[in-house]
Design a protein around this ligand. Structure first.
Ligand SMILES: [Zn+2]
Length: 381
């Protein structure tokens, strides 16, 4: 990676030179604190500031001031003292992840918002990430790595780890595997933060369990970036469960405000997931949303889509069943009719397919694919 080397080398020399002055124990970062210019930490921040600028102009951010304010509100409730120090970036991308850069840039993937069933679950994950910031885990990690490998490896891991060229996300911290000790600490502190903010603690265990289920179902876990840096061990799950046993059954869950804040985006976010074509995973995700009664129409529609696209034995009939369930819920997207039409056509039921296509056009008279769907109807005559 010659370009990276060019980019990173001068900075690294600076960081390594500054390192000698920074051998003491790492203290928690204080509200409003910025590292002294002479320190290795300042170099780390500078690097992250640059990545943050790139992220800001990446075109990948979810532009929704209300949602933005909503998520920032949760961060401020969790850590009122650090409210001014943390900047939240909601990035449109499938998959579960959140990360925290040492300079206070917090990245929340839309896939995390899609998978949270309520505000309490989201708050736990954000609390965990905030703990990494407050405890300066990135700096600890950076110093550990520098002690054991060349400094360049750190930035290679940090900037090149995310497949698909989403470099800035990796650089901003998501790919850095913290030590087990740091993770344990973040689990515990994240839990404390959520409880102190009045959220119901056992929701933390629920989202953790869900993630394990999704990961087990996945065809490959390559893009489980969060798990690359956050191994979901039984031990961590059990510690969380033990914490929540001691008083985790009280507090707010805040399902409705959460659903209100995310509702408009969920169909698009669901589409992002399906585009990865890991059908078993989307199916588990759809069940998870059904379980919380989050958007049953959308969840059942996506279950139908999984069957339709996978198209193995029995899938067509299962798709029809799921689409009917979606339509019965009264909140299915209009596309449900279009997909139903396609599957009925493949099942050699032309009249029923025509009816479904007509209903689609009835609900979406200005659909982009109107001409094509009209053509389907004619072919079925
Ligand atoms: Zn973590």
């Amino acid at each position: 990676m010659p370009e990276l080397r060019k980019l990173a080398a001068p900075l690294l020399i600076g960081l390594l030179a500054a390192a000698c002055a920074n051998t003491g124990a790492v203290q928690n970062i204080q509200p409003g604190e910025r590292p002294d210019l002479e320190t290795d930490e300042a170099g780390l921040w500078m690097r992250m500031d640059r990545e943050e600028d790139d992220l800001r102009s990446s075109g990948q951010l979810v532009e929704d001031p209300k949602l933005q304010a909503y998520v920032e509100g949760i961060v401020c409730r969790l850590t009122p003292d650090y409210c001014q120090d943390v900047r939240v970036y909601i990035v449109r991308t499938a998959g579960f992840n959140a990360s925290m850069a040492p300079n206070g840039a917090m990245i929340v993937w839309s896939g995390l918002l899609l998978r949270s069933q309520n505000e309490a679950q989201l708050a736990y994950v954000l609390g965990h990430e905030l703990a990494h910031y407050i405890e300066r885990h990135s700096l600890k990690r950076w110093r550990d790595m520098r002690a054991t490998t060349t400094g360049l490896a750190f930035f290679q891991v940090a900037t090149l780890g995310v497949a698909g060229g989403f470099a800035q996300l990796g650089a901003l911290g998501s790919i850095m595997a913290f030590s087990r000790e740091s993770e344990r600490e973040a689990d515990r502190i994240g839990f404390e933060l959520m409880q102190r903010a009045g959220y119901r603690g056992d929701e933390a265990v629920k989202i953790w369990d869900y993630l394990r289920r999704e990961r087990e179902a996945a065809e490959d876990d390559e893009d489980f970036v969060f798990f690359a840096s956050h191994p979901p061990s039984q031990e961590r799950r059990d510690s969380l469960a033990a914490l929540s046993q001691a008083g985790g059954q009280q507090g707010r869950v805040e399902r409705d405000p959460f659903l209100r804040a995310t509702a408009a985006h969920r169909p698009g976010w669901m589409r992002d997931e399906l585009q990865r074509r890991d059908y078993a995973r989307v199916s588990v995700l759809a069940d998870h949303l059904l379980d919380a009664k989050t958007d049953p129409g959308l969840a059942l529609f996506k279950k139908g889509e999984v069957h339709r696209l996978r198209d193995e034995e029995g899938d067509a009939a299962a798709a029809v069943k799921a689409y009917h369930g979606a339509l019965k819920s009264g909140k299915a997207p209009a596309e449900t009719y279009r997909s139903l039409g396609l599957v009925l056509w493949s099942l050699d039921r032309p009249k029923a397919a025509q009816t479904a296509f007509r209903k689609y056009l009835g609900q979406r008279p200005k659909a982009d694919d109107r001409a094509m769907v009209e053509d389907y109807i004619n072919q079925l005559n």
